[in-house]
Design a protein around this ligand. Structure first.
Ligand code: COA
Length: 322
């Protein structure tokens, strides 16, 4: 048994902050941000939250899938920026869409979150425990960004993406994932209660801290490794893959991954110019765009690959059959 995506959805905040807008807050400029990251703008939540964006993306994915909410057995939400600690975002989504039968939980694996949520859901489907799952990545990174720190505030944006998965007869793929907890400090963020207590000033704990170069080096080494590993594990080669859907963090990271693999950049869809790094949401937002623009076609095979805080990484192969 395999699993297929039968519906996708995405939601981003209305407010758009372009690079000139960021340059009004910190000493930077549009040319620097474009050249070093490829990002032109990002959507920033004013009224929206990671919870409300997850709900909106879920509703769209359900409408796209065209199935009754009672048929959803499992909802997994990947997020690190939920508005409340409990109940989990997945329970909020359950209530919103009326998926009364669903088992619900959230998963924290930062920017690798969607890939690990996808792998978790598919493990349940493959085991025959559940038949239909809703997997969501949703983050409002703007809430944990120090808007006085130019090395991080230029990178991130807010959004959510969702996919409805179903068990399906067909090829079964094994996933690849890993973590290096010893490197946790290169990308970290203290819990919100500490931020409220201690973090009135820019640069204090409670905001995201990052060693940009260390993360960059990790990503350009680990992502190609994970992609080659998942291909080998499943007896496939680079030529068997139509699209490499990689976490949207920095255009230079994606270009380097393509170069390492010897694959044309055209097979690496990119939308970070519009959204920035939306953490757990970047891959499902991109999948949704590819689907609705007609780029993704029935019978095509994809690799999804994520990396992020932890440090964590993961890669999966999927056939697009819907
Ligand atoms: N605008 C202008 N100058 C900036 C700047 C900004 N927004 N941010 C940093 N600089 C300056 C630095 O102060 C430094 O100046 P100096 O040489 O006088 O000291 C110079 O630009 C180079 O800084 P550096 O950190 O070496 O830049 P970089 O090429 O590594 O780019 C990142 C910085 C953050 C864009 C890059 O490291 C990156 O994208 N890393 C990966 C981050 C990531 O993806 N995180 C999420 C993973 S899920």
């Amino acid at each position: 048994m395999a699993e297929i995506i039968i519906g996708t959805g995405a939601a981003v905040p209305d407010y758009v902050l372009d690079n000139d807008g960021v340059a009004e807050m910190v000493e930077t400029d549009d040319a620097w941000i474009r050249e070093r990251t490829g990002i032109l703008q990002r959507h920033i939540a004013k009224e929206e939250t990671a919870d409300s964006l997850a709900e909106e993306a879920a509703c769209r994915a359900m409408a796209d899938a065209g199935i009754a909410p009672e048929r959803i057995d499992l909802i997994v939400v990947a997020t690190t920026t939920a508005r409340v600690r409990m109940p989990c975002v997945a329970c909020r989504v359950q209530e919103k869409i009326g998926a009364k039968q669903a088992v619900c939980f959230d998963l924290n694996a930062a920017c690798t979150g969607f890939v690990l949520a996808y792998q978790t859901a598919t493990a349940y489907l493959k085991a025959g425990i559940y038949r239909t799952a809703l997997v969501i990545g949703s983050d409002c990174m703007s809430q944990v960004i120090d808007w006085g720190d130019r090395s991080t505030c230029i990178l991130f944006g807010d959004g959510a993406g969702a996919a409805v998965l179903q068990r399906h007869p067909g090829l079964d793929y094994l996933p690849v994932a890993g973590a290096d907890g010893g490197k946790g400090e290169v990308l970290s963020c203290q819990a919100l209660y500490e931020r409220q207590s201690f973090c009135k000033e820019s640069g204090k704990s409670g905001f995201l801290h990052m060693d940009g170069q260390a993360v960059f080096k990790f990503a350009v080494r680990k992502v190609p490794e994970a992609i080659l590993e998942v291909l080998e594990l499943n007896g496939l080669t680079i030529e068997d893959i139509d699209w490499f859907v990689v976490h949207q963090a920095n255009r230079r990271i994606i270009e380097s991954v393509a170069r390492h693999l010897g694959v044309s950049l055209e097979r690496f869809p990119v939308n970070l110019q519009e959204y920035g790094n939306t953490s757990a949401a970047s891959i499902p937002i991109l999948l949704d765009e590819m689907k609705h623009s007609g780029q993704l076609k029935k019978g095509q095979r994809l690799v999804i690959a994520g990396f992020g805080a932890g440090l964590t990484w993961g890669a999966s192969i999927l056939d697009y059959e819907h």
